[in-house]
Every structure is written in structure tokens, then in C-alpha cells.
Design a protein around this ligand. Sequence first.
Ligand code: FES
Ligand SMILES: [Fe+2]
Length: 448
Amino acid sequence: MPSEKVDSVTTVGRRAFVDDSVLDIEWGRVFRPSWQLLGFAGEVREPGDYIVRTLGRDEVVVVRGEDGTVRALHNSCTHRGTRLCRASLGNTAHLRCSYHGWTFANDGRLAGVPALRSAYPPDFDRAAHDLPAARVVSRRGFLFATWDAEAPELEEYLGEIAWYLDALLDCGAGEWEVCGPPQRVRARGNWKIPTDNFAGDGYHMRTTHRIALDQGIYGDTLADGTRGRAGTDLVGVNIATAGGHSVRAGYVVEDGHSLDDRDPAAPQFPGYPPERWAELAAAQTPEQVRFTSHCEVAHGVVFPNTVFLSVAHDRAVGTDDDPLTRYLVVRSHVPIGARETECLYWTLVPTAMDAEWRRRSYRFQARTQSAGGILFEMDDFENFARIDAALARSAPGRAGPVDLTLGTGRTTAAPGFPGPGHAETGTFSEHNQRAFYRRWAELVGELP
Ligand code: FES
Ligand SMILES: [Fe+2]
């Protein structure tokens, strides 16, 4: 079993990424007791609005009832099991089965059974045939759900990661809205591969995303041939929690300076308009400002399969005079099988920003990190598919486990860091991936 240290797992056996029997174990031990993101309250605004999503291995209809409550109902008729809802979104008061016509109200109750009085036994228990419903909680519009009645409350489950999610959301000053339905794409490779990448992989940027750097997305070619914004350094901080959640934050500071040299009286929020910085700072606590100020990129994982990215880009993805603009994308990595993953992408924009800024933010996300993004997804998915292909064809025992030791003994503790969790300073580190797999290993236990 993993030790108490939050990032104690440094290797993972290869079959964990390709073997359907491992996924079967994960369904029960990793996904069932966890909270997963189904979507956003803004996708089901009105009574009857529904979206069809996946929770664990089950498909669910996420629907707002006439009473205003959002439920996640199992998308399978309780008569013979027919898939009830075939559209991916819509509005309906009832779900009617296409086989024999059983009808369920949008709160899951079995409302209509053809020939109920004449053909069913008099003691037929209608309530016992209501649709099973998962627990759903809307947290700042994020719809999290779990099938597990014994799972801790969402807030307890999130634990220390909630502080970081709130800091990123408060930095946009107030409410956020989701831009349309999510983009969706099926990618080759196990769900953990893109997820551990989001946990904290700054290491692949220079190799995998070289073309993005060459296009100037993070600045220009400097005199020494490296890429960046002249006169600045990027300092990485990796924060992980015992729950397997993590954040990696990259800070732009002046050359040779540290995080502690930032002036708390003059916070900077890259990607937001400088004339709004004072207002954004006022919407946060002083501790949140110490986390968000000078932060160019923050990405991470809500264990097991929800990931997020808040990042500022500039002209390389817009027009030459587009200013540095930030976007926030939230994703869910849903296993289709051990070797295939469906990725859902939601872009969120703060309602406090003007319409032009919000449009640009959505555009920048769509052009870079979306399913069709020109700068990141193509590169990443190609690597993930190559990992899958090589792991799947290797004979058992041919090669050792995958390695996660980057940064071990090379990073420094970040004792003054304002947020909770275990924080380390180190631009190249697999601290967060180790914490992700530590939690995973703790739940999965010994593989047979
Ligand atoms: S299977 Fe749904 S009504 Fe018979
Ligand atoms: Fe990447």
C-alpha cells in the first residue's frame, strides 16, 4: 500500500493503461466512490431541460425537474432495460420508452404504464420501478454526481482542492457562464493518460508543443535562443492533496526573481485587461491574490477524471493586435474502454467581462485546447495514441513500469504558499502525477 506521503507512488505497471480487467476494477473502486463532473447548471436552465452524460459506466439523463431540482436518472427503462433517451440534449416533461411505452416523469417517477389496471397484478409496485437516481450537487454551477450513497459530501470529497477552484473562479470576479454544449471527442488511450498530463506535466511542453512555442504563443525567441517574454522567468508550483487532486501553477516573474518578490500591492492577472486588475483583486481574499497574481497558467485534476486549465495566450491564436487573453476550460475524461477515452470540453467565461472579451476568450480556447485546437490537442492526442499502441502490443514483462520520478529531490518546499495542500516549487516535476497515482493505487489496491 502507498505510504502516508502524498506523492509516494513513483511507478505504475503498464497493464494499468491497457487491460480491460483493470478498468473493471476501476469502475468499482475508483469511479463508484468518487464524485464526477456531469456538466453545468447552465446547460439545464429550465424545467425539463436535459443532457445525456456518463456517470461511472452508466449513461444518465441529467434533467431539471418541474420542481427545479437537477437529477441524474439512469438512462435505462426499468421494464426490460431499453435505452430511454437517445438525443444528447433537449427539453421534455416525460421520458417515454420506445418498446412498450412506459413513461417516466422528468423527476424519475414511473408515471404511466400501458394496460396497468387490466393486465398487471393488482399489487404491482409502481414506485419500485422508478428510475434509479444518483446524488447530484451543483457547486458554483458545476454539476458533480456520484452513485455512492456512502460517499462523503462533495465539499469534504474536494477538500483542499476547493480552495484553488474558488480562487480561479473568484479571479474572474463573480459568476461564470458555460459557452454552449461541450465539445466532445473520442481519443485513443486510457483515461489516466490525458488526466495525469493535466495533473502537472510541464515537462512535455518543449518537446510535444514545440510548434506552439515556435509560433510565439508564450512570447518570442530571446537572445539566448530560448522562448519566452523578454526579461521574465516562469516559476512552477505543484500542489497536490491526499485526495489525489492537484494544481500546477506557472508564474511569470522578472528574471532572477522569486514568487516572494511579487508586490502584493500591485497584483497582475495575465490575460485579464490591466484596467480591471484592481477590481479583480478586490473580489479575492489576500491569500487568493497571492495564488492568482502573476499566474499565467494553472491546470489540474479533481480526482479522478475532471480536469481544468486556466491560461493566457496572445496573438498567435488571434489577430496580431489581440491582447493577451485568458480562458478557462473544464474537461471530463470518460473511459469508453481501457484503451479509449471520451473527452468533453466546456469553456467558461466570467459574466463580469464585456461581450467582446468573452467572445475572444471562447475563441482562443476553441483554437488551441479544443477537440480541433490547432496548437495543443493534435500534438497531445498523437502522443497518447502512441503510448496506447506501444503499451498494448508489448509482451507482459517486456518492459518495466512507467516512471514518475521527475523532480524527486530536486524541488523545494513552498512553505509560504498561501493555499492548502502539499506545495512544492519546481518547474519540471511529476509531484502531482505521483499524488494522482498514489490515490489511484490506494483505491485500486493489489491488482490480481
Ligand atoms: S422496455 Fe421499456 S416499456 Fe418495455
Ligand atoms: Fe499538452
